[in-house]
Design a binder for this molecule. Structure first.
Ligand SMILES: *[C@@H]1O[C@H](CO)[C@@H](O)[C@H](O)[C@H]1NC(C)=O
Ligand SMILES: *[C@@H]1O[C@H](CO)[C@@H](O)[C@H](O)[C@H]1NC(C)=O
Ligand SMILES: *[C@@H]1O[C@H](CO)[C@@H](O)[C@H](O)[C@H]1NC(C)=O
Ligand SMILES: *[C@@H]1O[C@H](CO)[C@@H](O)[C@H](O)[C@H]1NC(C)=O
Ligand SMILES: [Zn+2]
Length: 284
């Protein structure tokens, strides 16, 4: 192989290596953020535009995976992408589950969503926080909390330790839910075009799910955001759909793919709708 090719192969191998440890893959996050930005009020849209870095060119989806790229040097942030629970409980309890591996309270995706929401409520006032980062973290974590295996079991690290085959390819179950289901759907049903998948989800938000959307947006007791609810739904979906019929060494094919895709589409829709609702409540 010539030199350039070797470098290219090395880079691509590293990309596959790192793919395994991200949240929803870049597509999942981009989908959530694109849906969200299309639903912002004028006031929220203006604030988001102002907070986004210039290079994003007012496209929130282009920086929706920023939090995954920085976690390798902002090491403290890597615990904030998920909220795992003890095995087989299938419920989320903040006091029991929202902590990092050292037991430090609030350090999980639910605590982080509350944290960055609170920071953004100081928009327009004096604040010691970087609100651009707060927006990018919040937008990303709202996606993560809707990926069922980001609220999986501690023992298998949200499916990361469960080796399966995705059709013919070796994968771990976490990555199947981060990326493979979405990618296979885009290839098979949407001409490998993410925008076509987004349009299909958006159409269902206005049709199939139209009666449910107000419920997704609502938060009890007038809270600005309610990630406890999102995480509770997540672990339930993890038990009901992600872990079910996917033990170590299983081969996941059409049966699994076609029955789980509706759950993935639903969670992407809910994540987008709720990110918009949260931002609309923050920037009133
Ligand atoms: C809250 O945000 C600050 C600023 O990014 C960060 O230092 C802190 O670790 C965050 N805490 C949680 C629980 O997310
Ligand atoms: C805030 O964070 C962004 C993204 O990391 C960075 O580009 C920007 O320089 C920061 N702003 C300040 C004032 O530090
Ligand atoms: C939209 O809803 C229809 C009818 O329920 C369903 O067949 C289709 O798969 C859904 N598409 C997406 C992307 O959710
Ligand atoms: C929510 O806010 C509205 C208007 O401010 C108020 O009338 C209502 O009682 C609040 N509901 C709860 C559950 O706090
Ligand atoms: Zn993540």
């Amino acid at each position: 192989m010539e030199h350039n090719k070797i470098i290219l192969v090395t880079i691509i191998s590293f990309m596959f290596l790192f793919q395994n440890i991200q949240g929803w893959g870049t597509d999942g996050h981009a989908i959530t953020c694109k849906i969200a930005q299309s639903r912002l009020s004028d006031t929220a849209a203006a604030a988001v535009k102002k907070l986004l870095p210039d290079y994003a060119q007012n496209d929130l989806s282009s920086v929706c995976s920023w939090a995954d790229r920085v976690k390798f040097y902002l090491k403290w942030s890597s615990a904030l992408h998920f909220a795992d629970t003890p095995p087989k409980l299938c419920t989320f309890q903040y006091d029991r589950d929202c902590k990092d591996l050292n037991g430090v309270k609030d350090r999980c995706v639910v605590g982080a969503i509350n944290n960055y929401t609170t920071q953004l409520l100081d928009y327009g006032k004096d604040t010691k926080y970087n609100l651009t980062q707060a927006l990018l973290f919040l937008s990303h974590f709202m996606g993560d909390v809707h990926q069922p295996l980001h609220t999986g079991f501690t023992t298998d690290k949200g499916g990361n330790l469960i080796d399966v085959h995705w059709f013919t390819r070796k994968q771990n179950l976490h990555h199947v839910w981060d990326a493979n289901i979405i990618e296979t759907a885009e290839e098979r049903f949407y001409d490998t075009n993410i925008d076509k998948y987004i349009s299909a989800i958006q159409e269902n938000i206005t049709k199939t799910w139209s009666d449910e959307v107000a419920g997704w947006e609502a938060c009890s007791s007038n809270k600005t955001t309610c990630p406890d609810i999102y995480a509770s739904e997540g672990i339930k979906a993890a038990c009901q759909w992600a872990y079910k019929d996917a033990p170590e060494d299983s081969v996941l094919e059409d049966d699994y793919f076609l029955s789980r895709l509706p759950i993935v589409s639903l969670r992407l829709a809910e994540g987008g709708v709720r990110l918009a609702a949260t931002l609309n409540r923050i920037f009133q």
